[in-house]
Write a protein that binds this ligand. Sequence first.
Ligand code: 5GP
Length: 181
Amino acid sequence: MPDSSKFAGQSLELLLSRDQIRQAVEDMAAQLSERFRGKCPILIGVLNGSFIFMADLVRALDIDFEVDFIKISSYGSDTASTGTVRLLKDISADITGRDVIVVEDIVDTGLTIKFLRNRMQEAGPTSVTFISLLLKDEVAKLDFPLDYVGFNIPDRFVVGYGLDVDQKLRGLGPIYAFKEN
Ligand code: 5GP
C-alpha cells in the first residue's frame, strides 16, 4: 500500500472517505435498479478511470445487465485537460435498440462526456443514461444534464478509487485531492 498522504513530494488531502463513496454507489445502484427494473441495460464503462466504480456499481445492482467498455483519452500525463478527445478503444457491443448507461468516474470540462454522447447517439440506442461518480460542477460546461451524480466536487485534481495521476494511485480506497501549496 503506497503512502497515501504524499505523492512525488506533494501532499494529498482526503476528499471522500470509503464510506461516503460506498453509500453514494449503493444509492445510485438502487435508483438505477428501480429505473431499469424488467429491462436489461448495457453499462458502458469509460476506461481507465471508471473500472473500480463500475465494479462496485454493478455488484450493487439487482437487475439483469450487460457490460462493455470504451477507452477515451483527454488528459496526457499531465493534470490538465488537453482540450482534445481521442477514441482509444471503441465499444464492441451492438447498442442499437438498447438501454445504454454510460459510467464515468469524473466529469471535468465535459468534453469527454459530450464526445461519448455523440458516439452513443450515432448507434441508435433506445435510451442513453449518464452516471458519473464525480462532477466538477463549477467547471463543467454541459448542454445536457447528467442523470446521476455521486458528488459535486471543487475544481481540484483528485486521485484514488480508480482515478490516477500519471497512471499511479488508482488503488487508493478513498478519494484524495492534491493540496494547494
Ligand atoms: P473532461 O473531458 O470532462 O474534461 O475530463 C474527463 C476525463 O479527464 C476523466 O474521465 C478523467 O480521465 C480525467 N480527469 C478529469 N479531472 C480529473 C481529476 O481531477 N483527476 C483525475 N485523475 N482525472 C481527471
